[in-house]
Write a protein of this length. Structure first.
Length: 259
């Protein structure tokens, strides 16, 4: 259930790389258990924003607060200890380690007494991973690797999950499996902020939507503002300049799974 108190508060966040400003004075709040979807063209600042909230890159100025604590100066591992997890389509698995060892690496902040139950939950969600628990992660397909990446985040019992295009390149079947897992295990329980080009998949999860352009927020809305994924796509295109594209969305071509 979505709570009434804002547990994530980002104020005037700016991230610059030399003279290039990637994120400019962005403010965003998310309530306990709320899911916020971020849309924008490639290079609009979505990834940089999520990484700055996760502590993977430093903020040039601004503030990030999580559950009442200013975490702006904390490194990523200390934010992780507070329940903040970052998942990306570019996340990697340790290919020479087994599937089980990859999941155990995600559980490093949990008390050892909870490891077994946490791993069992992930294996119940992803039976394909359970059957390959002792196999090297390098033999997994692209879809199975993304399951492992999400499973590695879930085993840590996140309270804030930051996802950067988690469904990119996946088949519809794998995408829908991941969506079902997120809906069943996290939605309404953890706060989720994610960037995605897949409007159909994103619409299943979102409570609110935000559109980035040139490092700034140009539109905010709620689920009730758009009737369905098709209307969401129309909204996205209205906020892009000629020549820009919000990215591949369902209906623009066949989805293909990562090799």
């Amino acid at each position: 259930m979505v709570g009434g108190t804002s547990t994530l508060k980002v104020r005037n966040l700016t991230v610059a790389f030399g003279q290039v400003v990637a994120v400019r004075d962005v403010s965003l709040t998310a309530r306990e258990g709320e899911t916020v979807a971020i849309f924008g063209a490639n290079g609009s600042g979505k990834t940089t924003f999520l990484k700055a909230v996760a502590g993977l890159i430093p903020a040039t100025r601004g503030k990030v607060a999580w559950r009442g604590e200013d975490v702006t100066a904390l490194p990523a591992h200390e934010r992780a200890a507070r329940g903040i997890r970052y998942v990306s389509d570019r996340s990697r698995v340790a290919t020479r380690m087994t599937v089980l060892e990859n999941l155990e690496a995600g559980a490093w902040l949990l008390p050892a007494s909870r490891w077994s139950a946490a791993l069992e939950r992930v294996f119940a969600l992803f039976p394909a991973l359970a059957s390959m628990a002792r196999s090297p992660a390098g033999v997994l397909s692209g879809g199975e690797r993304q399951m492992l990446i999400l499973g590695r985040a879930l085993v840590a019992e996140p309270t804030l999950l930051l996802m950067d295009e988690p469904f990119l390149g996946l088949s519809r079947e794998v995408r829908d499996r991941l969506l079902s897992v997120i809906e069943d295990t996290l939605k309404g329980r953890a706060t989720i902020v994610f960037a995605e080009h897949d409007a159909e998949g994103a619409y299943r999860l979102l409570d609110r939507h935000i559109i980035f352009r040139n490092g700034s927020i140009v539109h905010e809305g709620t689920r009730s503002d758009v009737a369905d994924a098709k209307e969401l796509v129309s909204l996205l295109y209205r906020h892009f300049r000629p020549g820009e594209a919000p990215g591949e969305t369902i209906g623009e071509g066949e989805r293909k799974e990562k090799p």
